[in-house]
Design a protein around this ligand. Structure first.
Ligand SMILES: C[S@@+](CC[C@H](N)C(=O)[O-])C[C@H]1O[C@@H](n2cnc3c(N)ncnc32)[C@H](O)[C@@H]1O
Length: 274
């Protein structure tokens, strides 16, 4: 008689996690969960739309990267690109996007959706903390929830983005709005009561039975994020907090119409390289 052994459910905890451990955990988690992520959210993201987060703020309307028509001919780096939906939108605007991600499986989805016959988007598998590009390679960099919430040292990522951008280049990234840290990550009413300190920066870690992290999220307060942007060499031009639109009835994890109408869920930082 054979006996099946199931891996134990990861344990959720709060503890420190180094850059190396966070990176390892992210790569493994996104490789294991890319199929489910794309199957659950692919329709909402669209194959070639640029959506900044679960509210559905669309770059085609928001124009955070620059006015309509201004992207043509620009070299653009997308960080934590997943299946590169945003990069395909950028390519349709006439830009030359490079979609970078840590997860091989996410990039396989980019290949599946984009097709390999005439790739409009260059795909690069790498960690955002060490960008494999020469100084001044890009006019613009962007990230929709990619990498920044998962790294222990966001300033290192920002310095790298600064290095590979040309002077005056924009760096626009979205993350979970820091205020959400204080609330349970639940879409319903239980997600509306403060349950933890907004000021506690101890990372959220899911770990396996050997105590190794399999998922890590790092918290920075709003002030921390502003200071990190400045420490990375950028000027903060705008901080966008998308409101929940009436047309959006879908839940995405802890993001829901109920919570979205009461507290911000996403913060988009619009920065410029000095
Ligand atoms: C929430 S998904 C967002 C993907 C895509 N931007 C989207 O909107 O669907 C986060 C992505 O960041 C990637 N990521 C996490 N940590 C990273 C790192 N250190 N360097 C590069 N990519 C990373 C993950 O592999 C994943 O594809």
């Amino acid at each position: 008689m054979s006996q099946e052994i199931y891996p134990a459910e990861p344990e959720a905890t709060r503890r420190d996690a180094s850059e190396a451990e966070s990176s390892r955990a992210s790569r493994g988690w996104w490789d294991r969960n890319a199929d489910e992520y794309q199957s659950d959210h692919g329709a909402f993201l669209g194959d070639d739309r640029f959506v900044w987060g679960p509210e559905g703020l669309d770059e085609a309307e928001a124009g955070l990267l620059g006015p309509a028509g201004s992207l043509r001919g620009l070299d653009v780096l997308e960080i934590g690109a997943g299946a590169a939906q945003c990069s395909r939108w950028l390519a349709a605007q006439g830009a030359r996007p490079v979609a970078l991600d840590l997860s091989h499986r996410q990039l396989q989805h980019a290949l599946r959706i984009g097709g390999s016959d005439a790739p409009a988007v260059r795909l690069v598998e790498a960690d955002a903390g060490v960008l494999p590009f020469r100084d001044g390679s890009f006019d613009l960099a962007c990230s929709a929830y990619g990498a920044v919430p998962f790294v222990a040292d966001p300033v290192q990522v920002f310095r790298e983005v600064h290095r590979v951008l040309r002077p005056g280049g924009r760096w626009v990234f979205s993350v979970t709005h820091p205020v959400r840290w204080a609330f349970p990550d639940e879409p319903g009413p239980e997600g509306l009561s403060v349950a933890a300190s907004y000021f506690d920066r101890t990372p959220y870690v899911e770990q396996d039975e050997r105590g190794e992290a399999v998922y890590v999220e790092h918290h920075r307060t709003l002030g921390d994020r502003v200071r990190d942007v400045v420490a990375g060499g950028f000027r903060l031009v705008d901080l966008v907090e998308p409101e929940w639109p009436a047309w959006n009835h879908q839940e995405w994890g802890g993001w829901s119409p109920l919570r979205g109408n009461l507290i911000p869920g996403t913060a988009v930082f619009v920065c410029e390289r000095g």
